[in-house]
Design a protein around this ligand. Structure first.
Ligand code: MG
Length: 390
């Protein structure tokens, strides 16, 4: 709390402050040397789910190479971008950082392919969505503290993690889901975390795609923003090529997007002039955002990545395998929960007696969602290859 007070003069009037926050579900005494949001950040970094991110796929499966982004390096890049922008806009940097570090905690192994497969498996039992799962990880699944389940994070951190959510699920979530029922906006820090995620993956997927040899500089030059950066680098360094050329381009992409975000958000904030953090929530739309031309740039880049990278035959072969692995794991554990480690099978039986199939299968999906890529592969081998030790 001390730190936040000291920082208060540097916080804009519409930044989130811990004073006046709904706080934590289970009240705790204030931290001595940190602000409440720094405490959240630290709890996230010390969580088991956070450590597992290092072995979870962003686009490329973890064992495909050591140089690609994983969920961990992705989360760090997102946090770094958000901190820079938060600093520039005098927002609460610690809150933005905590949200970013936690935003992917609920991701399944094998990236979106894993999530789609698990969602299909859970279709009749409440579905699976990585956003909701990230909230579930910090609210319930982490078991570290004597006094509460989960990490007992601040309301604003939890609200930021829950980026989107159906009306049906929002009704089950209590206060943190309210804004999906009332159409209110989340904090500026949550809005910023969301866009920092976009900046990070759009630029690092270009980098990883080039590194993997699935994309070429020449084809990327058809994307206007890439060509702009390419021209700029070429003008300054006419003979640069290879990794340095790519990195000089990628760092400019990040720079254009960050500059636009700071400028456009500043413009909206000037126009709406919110009195305080509460006024941000009742604004007509998000106040942190890209200008329309930059939003168009993102759409173009995203479409390019979708067509050329995410649907590249090599990526599709990987995602098909991943989907099959997750589905087969689910079917095996769903048909006999005793195949899971003792703590999960016991939890599944408890959940079944309280909530029937829906409860039982939620524990199966928690177990699978928590797996790293390599653990899922190993577990699949142990279950399906007769020659493997069980
Ligand atoms: Mg992300």
């Amino acid at each position: 709390m001390n730190n936040d007070r000291e920082r208060a003069p540097r916080l804009a009037r519409y930044a989130t402050r811990e004073e006046g926050s709904p706080g934590r579900k289970v009240p705790e005494s204030p931290p001595t040397h940190r602000s409440e949001f720094q405490r959240d950040r630290d709890r996230i970094i010390h969580s088991t789910a956070f450590r597992r991110l290092v072995y979870k796929t962003q686009v490329f499966v973890n064992h495909e190479g050591d140089l690609y982004r994983t969920r961990l390096t992705h989360s760090l890049e997102v946090a770094q971008i958000a901190r820079t922008v938060a600093g520039a806009m005098c927002l609460n940097e610690y809150l933005a950082e905590a949200i970013c570090l936690a935003h992917d905690l609920g991701h399944t192994p094998f990236g979106h392919a894993g999530q789609d497969a698990l969602n299909a498996c859970m279709r009749d039992h409440g579905g699976f969505e990585h956003n909701l799962q990230s909230l579930r990880v910090v609210d319930e699944l982490e078991e570290k503290y004597a006094d509460f389940q989960g990490l007992n994070l601040m309301f604003e951190t939890r609200e930021g993690i829950l980026k989107h959510c159906s009306v049906r699920r929002a009704k089950e979530l209590g206060a943190v889901g309210d804004r999906f029922l009332t159409g209110r906006q989340p904090s500026l820090e949550a809005q910023l975390a969301n866009l920092s995620d976009e900046i990070a993956y759009n630029s690092h997927d270009v980098d990883d795609g080039l590194r993997a040899g699935l994309l070429t500089v020449d084809e990327l030059r058809n994307v206007a923003v890439f060509e702009k950066a390419h021209e700029e680098v070429r003008a300054k360094h006419p003979i640069l090529d290879g990794r340095r050329l790519i990195y000089e381009i990628v760092r400019r992409l990040i720079g254009y997007m960050v500059d636009d975000l700071v400028e456009e958000s500043g413009r909206r904030l000037d126009e709406v002039a919110p009195e305080d953090a509460e006024s941000v929530r009742v604004a007509n739309g998000p106040l942190v955002g890209f200008s329309e031309p930059m939003a168009a740039v993102h759409r173009e880049l995203k479409k390019f990545l979708l067509d050329r990278l995410y649907r590249h035959s090599r990526v599709l072969r990987m995602t098909t395998k991943a989907r099959r692995t997750v589905t087969q794991l689910f079917d095996a554990f769903a048909s006999d929960v005793r195949l899971m480690p003792a703590e999960f099978s016991a939890a599944a039986e408890r959940a079944a007696s309280e909530n029937g199939d829906r409860g039982r299968l939620r524990v199966v999906s928690d177990y699978i969602a928590g797996m790293t890529d390599r653990y899922a592969i190993l577990e699949h081998e142990r279950l399906f290859s007769p020659g493997q030790p069980t």
